[in-house]
Ligand binder design. Structure first.
Ligand SMILES: *Cc1c(COP(=O)(O)O)cnc(C)c1O
Length: 429
């Protein structure tokens, strides 16, 4: 089975008249429909809130749409907090889930009234010293250690991860935070990434619910929320079965009824911090074939590179590719699809079966809506691409222009070399 793009060749041909490739294209209708499904799936929990993980896609237009959908934001750095503030997120609409956190970021998060989620036991005293007064609401991040197996061979290794506190540490943290004046408490854990199974959240929920019942008894602390964080995956490969968010919500509800309600904790809010599941499928990187090379393999060179989408180069991640307009042509060629970086891992696909590609064809690289543009960098002096929103009514809108050489050189303003820079470059053809 092949994946279907959310945009057609005709739509892309229209956009490129104004905005040259490469660009990330986002699907507003898809984003809104998915957000609605997430809210419905957890509607049984009156306090439910999704805090979108800003690092997955920090475009303010996207964040504004998600705000309209009723989501909060999960920030992990000063600039993400600044973006949240500028967009009108405030107080408990902001989760600050950070690690190795600089003092000034705790100060700023506290000024915004964000919920601070502590990554480590030593951050309890660090926060006290930094802020003076501990906020009324506090969260702590849990790490059970060891190896976690979900299902279908999906597993991860929290014992090797730098995040979170041990059971003994987290208990001490709640006791001490209470002594310092905190009144309401939450717990957070992120154990496995990109889980393409409906079992992950229910498994994690069961574990955290049991722990909270125990911690509430032992410490006497008042728990008001349990944050299941991110990790809900998407089917990057066409043969994978997509997660069913309704089944996931129902699985969490069953654990809630079974563990929290009988313990008298049936008023706890469920929070999530999904990034990938919220945005991944609703973005695509649109790029043009500009070179073909026939050596020991067949290569197609495109005008995007790993600067625009790092996941294949960084993790060997699979992203489905559609040659627009050739959806129904025979997949009878085998290509490596490459970018221009002087790094041999700058390949969007290796030995990929695709239709015959002609120069000028538009390639649609699927599932770049999360951890796509946002992971970008400037290696080889490559400039970051534009971002375009395909609006619900079928029109499109530039929501971030492409970088220019001026942007790239801007941080050299301490040198007079900038006075000698010639920005009169050949026009893009
Ligand atoms: C990355 C991250 C998320 C989002 O993860 P996804 O896999 O994109 O859902 C949520 N919370 C924290 C703390 C993260 O670091």
């Amino acid at each position: 089975m092949k994946k279907t793009p959310f945009a057609t060749l005709e739509q892309v041909q229209q956009i490129v008249k104004e905005i040259p490739t490469p660009f990330h294209l986002y699907d507003e209708a898809g984003i809104r429909a998915n957000a609605k499904a997430v809210k419905e799936a957890f509607a049984w929990n009156p306090g439910f809130r999704e805090y979108f993980a800003v690092k997955a896609n920090p475009n303010p237009f996207i964040l504004k749409i998600l705000k309209e959908c009723g989501f909060g934001v999960d920030c992990s750095s000063m600039t993400e907090l600044m973006l949240a503030q500028a967009l009108g997120f405030s107080g408990e609409e902001i989760m600050f889930s950070s690690n190795d956190t600089p003092a000034e970021e705790f100060v700023y998060a506290n000024e915004l009234g964000a919920i601070i989620n502590l990554d480590d036991y030593t951050h309890v005293s660090f926060l006290k010293e930094t802020l003076g007064d501990i906020p009324k609401t506090m969260s702590c991040r849990f790490n059970p250690g060891g190896v976690v197996t979900v299902s279908n061979g999906i597993m991860d290794n929290p014992g090797d991860a730098k995040y979170g506190m041990t059971p003994e540490q987290i208990e001490k943290a709640y006791v001490e935070l209470g002594e310092m004046g905190a009144e309401n408490f939450g717990i957070h854990a992120f154990l496995v990434s990109n889980t393409v199974t409906n079992d992950y959240y229910p498994m994690l929920a069961r574990q955290l619910f049991t722990l909270v019942v125990d911690l509430a008894k032992k410490t006497g602390r008042h728990f008001t929320f349990i944050n299941l964080s991110g990790g809900v995956g998407i089917p990057y490969r066409p043969d994978q079965t997509p997660n069913d968010i309704y089944a996931i919500g129902e699985g969490v509800r069953a654990a809630y009824e079974e563990i929290l309600v009988p313990a008298g904790l049936g008023d706890i809010a469920i929070y999530t911090e999904m990034g990938r599941f919220i945005m991944g499928p609703y973005g695509a990187l649109v790029t043009k074939a500009i070179h073909e090379k026939h050596t020991y393999k067949e290569y197609i060179g495109v005008d995007a590179c790993a600067v625009d989408l790092m996941r294949p180069a960084m993790y060997g991640a699979y992203h489905e590719i559609t040659v627009l307009g050739k959806e129904d042509a025979p997949y009878d060629q085998t290509y490596d699809i490459t970018g221009s970086l002087c790094e041999n891992n700058d390949k969007f696909a290796i030995d990929r079966k695709l239709p015959k590609i002609e120069m000028g064809d538009y390639l649609y690289i699927h599932d770049t809506g999360a951890h796509g543009y946002s992971m970008g960098y400037n290696y080889n002096g490559r400039l970051k691409s534009a971002e375009v929103l395909l609006c619900e009514d079928g029109s499109y809108k530039l929501i971030r222009r492409a970088e220019t050489p001026k942007d790239y050189f801007a941080t050299l303003d301490c040198f007079d070399i900038l006075d000698n820079m010639n920005y009169n470059l050949p026009k893009q053809v």
